[in-house]
Design a protein around this ligand. Structure first.
Ligand SMILES: Nc1ncnc2c1ncn2[C@@H]1O[C@H](COP(=O)(O)OP(=O)(O)OP(=O)(O)O)[C@@H](O)[C@H]1O
Ligand SMILES: [Mg+2]
Length: 228
């Protein structure tokens, strides 16, 4: 599904050139759940921003389902991004004065669905993450774990091929982290959604099928944890 070939990325300013991704070769198939680990500043976020079509300035090739999308127009790329990848962040990134329903509905707004189609889709993903009864609440009325579930529902609403989660359990206690990892695992198993999960937490790794370790912009380890 995904193939990164010889990716190199640089940040340049007046004084220096920073080489942040070094000869990255990484392939991922449907149904994999890949933990990405490495020290702060090693390039994890840069790598997943590349995977998620957010960062398109790099050397090398990114093939998605055999196609080089990076050369496509910005408009088409944002459309593909919207329909292909869901994002989940450490701090949930919900809109505080929107209800749970409205937060989850957001990525659907420009897709031209009717009111009823939208409602059906939003309620289905909320049910999937166990929050069907919280649709009319606001984020501040929910626990951290529940807020992360809302963010996961929002990431799922367009039935993405893959999900990118940057430290999704970083702001949660151990028990709640385990709940969220169980949810990711369930989505991964049931729907074959590929998941890339950046984490500092070794306890997250056993939920994953594969572990990729990054040091100083390069992949130093890429191994199977459990069969996908
Ligand atoms: N927009 C930018 N301009 C210049 N340098 C950047 C930019 N974004 C990131 N960097 C640098 O690129 C390197 C990799 O950053 P990145 O955010 O990918 O690290 P990370 O592994 O996600 O770290 P963390 O665990 O702290 O989130 C760092 O040295 C960082 O300072
Ligand atoms: Mg980061």
């Amino acid at each position: 599904m995904i193939e990164l070939k010889q990716i190199n990325k640089y940040y340049r300013n007046d004084e220096e050139v920073l080489h942040v991704l070094k000869d990255i070769n990484l392939s991922a198939d449907a149904g994999e759940m890949i933990a990405i680990m490495g020290p702060s500043g090693s390039g994890k976020s840069t790598l997943i921003n590349t995977l998620g079509f957010i960062d398109t300035k790099f050397e090398g090739e990114y093939l998605f389902e055999g196609e080089n999308l990076i050369t496509t127009t910005d408009d088409r790329l944002s459309k593909i991004r919207n329909q292909t990848v869901g994002f989940v962040f450490q701090n949930f990134s919900l809109i505080e004065n929107y209800t749970v329903y409205e937060n989850v509905e957001l990525p659907l707004l420009y897709n031209g669905y009717s009111f009823h189609q939208t409602k059906e889709k939003v309620m289905a993903v909320l049910a999937k993450v166990g929050l069907a009864d919280k649709a009319e609440k606001h984020p501040r009325q929910l626990s951290g774990g529940q807020q992360q579930r809302v963010a996961i529902a929002r990431a799922l609403i367009n039935q993405p091929k893959f999900i990118i989660a940057d430290e999704p359990t970083g702001a949660l206690d151990t028990h709640t982290s385990n709940d969220i990892m169980e949810l990711f695992k369930e989505l991964n198993r049931q729907d074959q959604v590929t998941i890339f999960l950046v984490t500092h937490d070794p306890e997250v790794v056993p939920y994953c099928t594969r572990l990729v370790q990054i040091r100083d912009g390069a992949i130093i380890e890429d191994r199977t944890v459990i069969e996908a």
